[in-house]
Design a binder for this molecule. Structure first.
Ligand code: G3P
Length: 258
């Protein structure tokens, strides 16, 4: 039986401030237990340095608690004339450990195709970052009973381009589009069904990876629904949007996840 340490990752999206980072660390330093979930903060890039400083300053107070930094996007290119982009190496240099790849907002609003997502996945790993790969179906796709088909397509293109073994160093986040920012979370049963499907698909190629990969649920997670979602056998924590901006509620998710 694999021991997968739960993870709670906060995707601030284009929200938050250096002050929010300070509030979070104040709570972490006094309330986080070192047997709690691994906590990842993914602020907008402009606040990475503030978070990195807080991580350094609070090293002792955190006393072994796993608090890490991630980012919300990475360029698929290494360097060059790509105005506004940030490379994997730059993010690594700034202290990031994780990077969210293929979030539905980027796929939908910024034209990130599955091919680009697969390239970004590779770029992240090339520079020593662990991708948090987001997959998820739209509302109409679910209604048309195409959930598994969509998830399989999104996964398979990354597997084809990078190989299954690339998932040895990756996290997957199941984020149904109809649950993102809507206040309407998937039920624990719906989440479990899709997480089990993802795990099985990876297990078919590598039982080791299937057993060990962490699969997070994202989409309107709150302190009131988290316990039931996180209790599902294939749900290893959450990728949190709105609630990650509230230090008290986010901390309570970190506690619930363990
Ligand atoms: O990446 C997190 C996400 O998209 C879920 O957002 O606000 O529904 O928790 P939210």
């Amino acid at each position: 039986m694999a021991l997968r340490r739960p993870m709670v990752a906060g995707n601030w999206k284009m929200n938050g401030s250096a002050q929010l980072a300070q509030e979070l660390f104040k709570k972490f330093a006094t309330k986080l237990q070192n047997d709690s979930a691994e906590v990842v903060l993914c602020p907008p890039s402009i606040y990475l340095e503030s978070v990195r400083q807080l991580l350094d300053e609070n090293k002792e107070a955190l006393n072994g608690c796993l608090v890490r930094m991630g980012t919300q996007n990475v360029s698929q290119h290494d360097f060059g004339a790509y105005t506004g982009e940030i490379s994997g190496q730059m993010l690594k240099d700034s202290g990031c450990r994780y990077v969210i790849i293929g979030h539905s907002e980027r796929r939908r609003m910024y034209g990130e195709t599955s091919d680009i997502v697969a390239e970004k996945f590779a770029a992240a790993q090339k520079h020593g970052l662990t991708p948090i790969l987001c997959v998820g179906e739209s509302g109409p796709a679910r209604e048309a009973r195409r959930t598994f088909e969509v998830i399989a397509e999104e996964l398979d293109i990354v597997i084809e381009k990078n190989g299954t073994m690339a998932f040895d160093n990756a996290i997957i986040a199941y984020e149904p589009l109809w649950a993102v920012g809507t206040g309407k979370s998937a039920t624990p049963e719906q989440a479990q069904e899709v997480h089990a499907f993802i795990r099985k698909r990876l297990s078919e190629v590598s039982p080791f990876i299937g057993e060990n990969i962490r699969i997070l649920y994202g989409g309107s997670v709150t302190p009131s629904n988290a316990a039931d979602l996180f209790a599902q056998p294939d749900v290893d924590g959450g990728l949190i949007g709105g609630v990650s901006l509230n230090a008290t509620e986010f901390l309570s998710l970190c506690t619930i996840a363990m």
